[in-house]
Design a protein around this ligand. Structure first.
Ligand code: 13P
Ligand code: SF4
Length: 326
């Protein structure tokens, strides 16, 4: 990684960089997939920007030979699992995820073994190894549908996000056993801060990602995945929103609704933003270098790919049948 950054001495500047990336993309038959939490300049150069479900579908269906995944490690891993014969690149291999890290596979296996007869639903924000231990994967945009695809009396484990799991328990009336994990970015958003922002902005609606804690979700006018939050702000007639998720999503909200105002719930008193440090590790410079040098590349054992693929494909099939994706 350091070696790549070192090579950054030869990185062209500004608009030149965007032009070079576009040139390399054509030359190498590459596609750039970006998550909504990426910095604006990456979102603007990407071929596709989306939430986790949309991105995994794109990764499964693309005809490109090279996928540059502007997101975090588990997302690029998912792309590799779905397109094992393609070269999958991640601009910074250190771009991990605190939620995925909160579920070490060895401990999770022990947890599953302690619950005989339970089926396992895992949020896509987990490692490939955890995926191999799961019956089906879900994202925040299809979690309710995935859980409801099981008979009502089926005993279920939900991992790794306890906040999303608890929200889906409430939505479905199920009593899934929850793994005690969370995303540090969403988990630190406080209900006190949200209450204060609501008092200061009485005309603003609160929209929240289900990775937030229950007390924050209880205050929300709308709860959904990044793509669902974006759609809501496009269709809704309100003018001002308090946004309880990572701040990167505001770039697309502002582009789609230039007249509206979006107030990000800050992570602490010292800033007005809420950035995921892992998502923000990717920069346009690193993206250029990774496309140029075709590294860092995501590599996985064939056996892991095959076992992790089944629960992801199951998720895509259930989502298609429910018209959540086409
Ligand atoms: P979605 O974009 O699927 O809502 O996921 C949010 C997230 O935290 C990704 O890391
Ligand atoms: Fe992981 Fe949270 Fe960052 Fe998403 S926002 S990548 S869940 S740490």
């Amino acid at each position: 990684m350091v070696a790549d950054v070192e090579k950054g001495k030869t990185v062209p500047a500004g608009g030149d960089l965007a032009a070079k990336i576009n040139h390399l993309k054509k030359e190498k038959n590459a596609i750039i997939l970006a998550h909504y939490y990426q910095v604006p300049e990456i979102q603007d150069i990407a071929d596709f920007v989306g939430d986790s479900l949309q991105l995994s579908q794109k990764a499964a269906e693309t005809g490109a030979g090279v996928i540059v995944f502007a997101g975090v490690h588990f997302m690029a891993e998912t792309a590799k699992i779905l397109s094992p014969d393609k070269k999958v690149l991640l601009p910074d291999l250190e771009a991990g995820c605190s939620l995925a890290d909160s579920c070490p596979p060895v401990d999770f296996k022990r947890f599953i073994d302690a619950h005989p007869g339970y089926r396992v639903v895992s949020y896509i924000n987990c490692s490939a190894a955890v995926k191999t231990l799961s019956d089906v994967i879900c994202t925040s945009s299809n979690a309710k549908t995935i859980v409801e695809s099981f008979p009502r009396d089926e005993k279920l484990i939900f991992a790794p996000d306890k906040n999303l799991g608890s929200y889906i328990n409430g939505q479905t009336g199920r009593n899934m056993v929850l793994w005690d994990g969370s995303c540090h970015v969403h988990n630190q958003l406080s209900d006190e801060r949200v209450i204060q922002l609501k008092a200061e902005n009485p005309d603003a609606k609160l929209i929240a990602h289900p990775e937030c804690r229950g007390p924050v979700l209880a205050l929300a006018d709308f709860i959904g995945s990044t793509a669902a939050l974006l759609e809501y702000t496009k269709k809704d007639t309100h003018q001002r929103y308090i946004v309880a998720t990572e701040g990167g999503i505001v770039h697309q909200m502002q582009k789609a609704s230039p007249g509206k105002e979006f107030i990000v719930v800050p992570s602490d008193e010292t800033c007005s933003c809420n950035d995921c440090p892992f998502m923000k590790m990717n920069t346009l410079e690193k993206l250029y270098l990774c496309l140029k040098n075709e590294t860092p590349e995501i590599l996985l054992d064939r056996d892991v790919i095959e076992r992790a693929r089944l629960p992801i494909v199951r998720m895509l099939e259930i989502s298609k049948a429910a018209n959540l994706i086409r």
